[in-house]
Design a protein around this ligand. Structure first.
Ligand code: HXC
Length: 510
């Protein structure tokens, strides 16, 4: 018996060493943690339960029969984050570059299935050279099995990917189908084909960092939702995100203790809107002043900054926030901001997270690049996402709500539950100057007349009362009492039930 116990310990020791001390040292020298160290930081202390520690691949080509590391390059299992269950896989770059074999894939699939069946989030820590080259189609088949499960899990359990090393080929498509992707600056890359292939095919010279580094994917491509300085920060932020999310689509988000008065009055909000309607102000100030303890978890902070998306809590409960940002492009909607916000709204709706929308939008951005890029279809994504969402929706118009963008931003007509406006709101088809130049074209040469017409238009429409008279705005509220009004609105909607007509699925304009 003693011998067997000793053998078990030996085997465990061997498995824990992954690709060996030399490769572990190399991993550390690059500023990266090992797969096991990452799991330790991600999960609550001593909560990790491992599966398939001794699994090994079945490949016999290219001398692989003599190279069979226990665990086959990925560590899988479950544990807890602040006491709540999550499933996790962590690829071990020290073992054959974290490459995905048939058995490596089988391990990931096992915990994907368990996560779906048990209704708990799954977190993938990716550090992989992609399909294991020695295995050929077996590795590709393994990847496809993972993809299929990503698709089945979508909208059922939250799926979070952290990119913590090079991710090429198949290694990027699994994360791409998850809800959130985070990257680590300077040590992680994502591309379908790497710089060498790019050079051969297109003759472009590009570094791995330029092609698929954290900056590229958080600022240009929007593939990633956030980037962090190092492994430790990335894993701590994933823990913070998980705290906002429900375990699955049938459960509510956790209610956290809060120490902030829901009725807190913020006098400073009464002067947030500048005198001049064209002067920008920072919408994030409103978000943090409304949130419990000023805590805001922003998603896609560096992309399409003309719209802000992220999570806050009100009375301890998670709320998704979408807000136009007047500091960037005057808060206009465009292709990128519509796509960004639409995806966020759909995530919230899929996971029963109520949506708070702050509106200050002068309309859709005009121009050939927008039209040629398909702003009609992309803008429609956000319209569609808001319209199909059945979660509680509370909207506050702070200043401009012009044209189609008024309709899009969770208006009453898209089943907004509470539609509030500040007294500074201007709800109209367009700004006064533009409107006057169209409807009084005959007077264009007479500056005095145009000024009078503009003033007249402003008088009539640069306020929230026309919309309020029609019931499109439920109440004009004082800016300083926004937190109280919004918190009470969501509290009143906790038992909201709304169902869309039966359908196989919708056909959102992709
Ligand atoms: C087998 C691999 C591997 C792979 C890396 N290794 N990638 N083994 N299959 N895909 C091994 C290396 O042989 C090496 O083994 C160890 O991992 C570390 O790799 P290095 O190259 O030394 O590390 P580094 O210089 O950091 O470069 C990392 C890398 C590079 C950028 C990931 O290894 C690379 O380009 N790999 C190939 C990437 C790729 O083309 N994958 C296939 C994608 S196709 P030793 O024993 O020396 O430590 C794909 C299809 C799926 O994924 C499609 C689905 C849609």
């Amino acid at each position: 018996m003693k011998d067997i116990l000793a053998e078990l310990e030996e085997r465990r020791e061997d498995a824990r060493l992954g690709g060996g001390q030399k490769r572990i040292d190399a991993q550390h020298a690059r500023g990266k943690l090992t797969a096991r160290e990452r799991i330790e930081l991600l999960l609550d202390e001593d909560s990790f339960e491992e599966f398939d520690m001794f699994i090994s691949h079945r490949c016999t080509d290219f001398g692989m029969e003599d190279n069979k590391p226990a665990g086959d390059g990925v560590i899988t299992g479950w544990g807890t984050i602040n006491g709540r269950q999550v499933y996790v896989f962590s690829q071990d770059f020290t073992v054959l570059g974290g490459s995905v074999s048939a058995t490596h894939a089988q391990k990931i699939c096992k915990i994907q299935d368990m996560a779906i069946q048990n209704g708990a989030p799954i977190i993938g820590l990716n550090d992989s050279g992609g399909a294991r080259i020695q295995e050929g189609v077996d590795a590709l088949a393994g990847y496809a099995e993972i993809f299929q499960r990503n698709i089945m899990a979508s909208g059922v359990i939250p799926q979070i990917s952290v990119i913590m090393g090079p991710c090429a080929g198949g290694a990027v498509y699994s994360p791409a189908m998850t809800d959130f992707i985070f990257m680590v600056k300077d040590t992680s890359y994502m591309f379908v084909t790497g710089p060498d292939v790019v050079k051969t095919v297109t003759n472009e010279q590009v570094t791995a960092e330029e092609l698929g580094g954290a900056s590229t994917h958080t600022k240009k491509s929007s593939v990633a939702d956030g980037a962090f300085e190092n492994d430790v920060e990335a894993l701590a932020e994933v823990r913070r995100l998980v705290d906002f999310l429900p375990a699955n689509n049938r459960e509510k988000s956790p209610v956290r203790p809060f120490f902030d008065d829901p009725a807190r009055i913020e006098d400073s909000l009464d002067t947030l809107i500048p005198e001049n309607a064209n002067t920008p102000y920072d919408m994030k100030e409103l978000i943090t002043k409304v949130a419990d303890e000023g805590d805001f978890y922003e998603i896609q902070e560096d992309f399409a900054k003309n719209i802000i998306t992220g999570f806050v809590r009100l009375e301890g409960r998670t709320v998704g926030v979408v807000a136009n940002q007047p500091m960037v492009l005057a808060g206009c909607l465009d292709i990128d901001s519509s796509r960004k916000a639409a995806r966020f709204v759909r995530f919230c709706d899929a996971f029963e997270i109520p949506i708070l929308t702050f509106v200050d939008v002068p309309g859709f951005l005009p121009g050939t690049s927008q039209e040629f890029g398909g702003v009609i279809k992309h803008g429609a994504k956000l319209l569609f996402a808001y319209g199909e969402a059945t979660v509680p929706k509370v909207t506050v118009i702070t200043r401009k709500a012009y044209g189609g963008a008024y309709d899009v931003m969770a208006s009453k007509h898209l089943r907004g539950d509470f539609n509030y406006a500040w007294p500074t709101a201007e709800i109209a088809v367009m700004g006064a100057k533009g409107a006057t130049e169209i409807i009084h074209r005959a007077d264009l040469k007479d500056a005095e007349k145009i000024a009078a017409h503009t003033a007249d238009y402003e008088d009539r429409f640069a306020n929230p009362f026309v919309a309020a008279e029609r019931g499109f705005i439920d109440e004009v509220i004082q800016p300083k009492s926004t937190r109280r009004r919004v918190a009470r609105a969501f509290a009143s909607l906790r038992n909201k039930k709304l169902q869309n007509p039966w359908k196989k699925h919708d056909n959102i304009p992709l």
